[in-house]
Design a binder for this molecule. Structure first.
Ligand code: ADP
Ligand code: MG
Length: 466
């Protein structure tokens, strides 16, 4: 389709208008306001930008969007040229209609001759996700060490490195940290960090716009280190799995490091091709687990420090006690209370935390309270709540009572007097004595140990951690 005159300005205005609806005003003003758009011969869109950086940025982030909008409006796949104002020779041609090609041995499938993409596209790594900002504890020590090793000496250690674990436990953070560390040590390396979803979209678009050559060039020839986050997303997508299989082989043979993350082990990813499943396990499989209480506290402290939030020990302990399975939720809770405190100009206290987080906590983790533990223990031993609170000392009541006190101290983190109060007004020394007694019995008495084990299993199921 050939367009000219008024139709051109109208078309350009429409594309720009639709861009405005997709990005923030600031982004638009930063990147598009200073660009000049025209159609060279009614077919090729020429985007003139003030510098190479703008060109690379638009190219990386908005090329497909612009093409798509143009296509929607004209039903025609326009070529797009970039021209950098300051140096007319640096214009970049992005044609979808070029000639047939020499075939390079490491690429699979038909190739096209293309003008090269800029050598160093801006990386989409998140600079906040560094190793320095990652808190190491028992749950992630191993995976952290593996990531460090790979970042220090890529390929020498494990290839691929496959990280798996539940949502919000730091997989994306670690992948970013590897990318940042490698770039720091060797800024000339070409690092690609994408999600499985993004990779799938790139494959779809490359097929749609006849750009499979560029895709292969980018991933198989020009990439020194490939980080694919949430790789499970490509499962069941045949062309994407096929493309990824060849990408994997090309990189692996060229001794380039591959790092993958997933929410499950390769063997558990449904609809994943066998040949990929086996390749994912060629290097090291490292799992990342939910952090323990101490690590959760350390993560909160780290976040508070990074965000300049004044976090007291009791609020920190409260959050770490109630939000167990997901670091993202833990962080979200901290930010939420801090925002409430600052807007309402009140201090960040446990009461404020309870108030601001009650609906969130209800949503994914029932609140553990002294009462809920008493109910659980009473039911477990077939007793009444009143039995736990009574002063009677016979063994069949005293042992469950002590166990309940122990669990309250351990899981609710309430104070001794507070617990004593809720057990029929007992003295805090009684609770202290019960706590010590059960702590010792867990080591020496198999029957107490079994009871505690079973009750803690119920507790962890209740709060959504297994
Ligand atoms: P995933 O990719 O496993 O779903 P993310 O890497 O996105 O999880 O982590 C969720 C949030 O929790 C991020 O903001 C991340 O910085 C933070 N986070 C997770 N684990 C840690 C940790 N060990 N130390 C510090 N922050 C962490
Ligand atoms: Mg992630």
């Amino acid at each position: 389709m050939c367009i000219g005159g008024a139709a051109v300005s109208e078309l350009i205005a429409k594309v720009l208008d639709s861009l405005k609806t997709k990005i923030s005003v600031a982004t638009y003003n930063n990147w598009f306001k200073s660009s000049a758009w025209s159609f060279d011969d009614g077919r090729r869109l020429r985007i003139e930008v003030p510098n190479k950086f703008s060109r690379d940025w638009i190219l990386e982030n908005y090329l497909e969007v612009i093409k798509f909008e143009l296509f929607k409006l004209t039903n025609y796949e326009h070529d797009i040229y970039f021209s950098v104002n300051s140096s007319p020779h640096s214009s970049l041609h992005l044609s979808s209609q070029t000639q047939a090609p020499p075939i390079s041995s490491s690429l699979n499938g038909p190739l096209k001759n293309e003008a090269p993409l800029p050598k160093r596209l801006p990386s989409n790594l998140n600079d906040r996700y560094t190793f320095d900002h990652f808190v190491v504890g028992n749950s992630n020590q191993f995976v952290h060490a593996a990531c460090r090793a790979v970042a220090t000496t890529p390929v020498r250690n494990y290839n691929p490195l496959f990280i798996y674990g539940g949502v919000g436990l730091g997989k994306t953070h670690l992948l970013n940290a590897i990318g940042i560390e490698v770039l720091k040590n060797n800024p000339s390396l070409k690092i690609i960090f994408v999600t499985g979803e993004h990779f799938t979209n790139e494959v779809i678009n490359s097929i749609r716009y006849g750009k499979t050559y560029e895709l292969r060039k980018k991933y198989r020839l020009e990439c020194d280190l490939l980080l694919i986050d949430d790789v499970q997303f490509i499962a069941g997508k045949e062309r994407t799995m096929e493309e990824f299989f060849h990408t994997f082989n090309a990189l692996y043979e060229a001794r380039k490091q591959i790092i993958l993350s997933s929410d499950m082990l390769p063997k558990d990813i449904p609809n994943l091709e066998e040949r990929l499943r086996s390749r994912f396990g060629w290097g090291l499989l490292a799992d990342i687990q939910a952090p323990d209480y101490e690590t959760r506290c350390a993560i909160l402290r780290k976040k508070a420090e990074l965000e300049s939030i004044c976090l007291t020990d009791d609020v920190c302990q409260f959050l770490a006690t109630h939000i167990k399975c997901n670091v993202r939720d833990l962080e979200g809770a901290l930010i939420r209370i801090s925002a409430f405190a600052s807007v309402s100009k009140v201090p960040m206290t446990i009461d404020l935390a309870k108030e601001t987080l009650s609906h969130v906590l209800d949503g994914f983790a029932p609140f553990l309270t002294i009462e809920s533990i008493q109910q659980m223990v009473a039911k477990h031993f077939s007793l009444q709540m009143s039995d736990l609170k009574s002063p009677r000392r016979q063994k069949n009541l005293a042992v469950p009572r002590h166990i309940a006190m122990y669990l309250c101290k351990k899981h609710v983190k309430a104070s001794y007097p507070e617990i004593g109060n809720k057990f029929g007004g007992k003295d805090h020394t009684t609770v202290l004595h019960a706590f010590k007694k059960i702590s010792q019995a867990v080591q020496s008495d198999p029957s107490i140990r079994d009871n505690i084990f079973n009750l803690e299993k119920i507790i962890s199921q209740q709060i959504g951690c297994s």
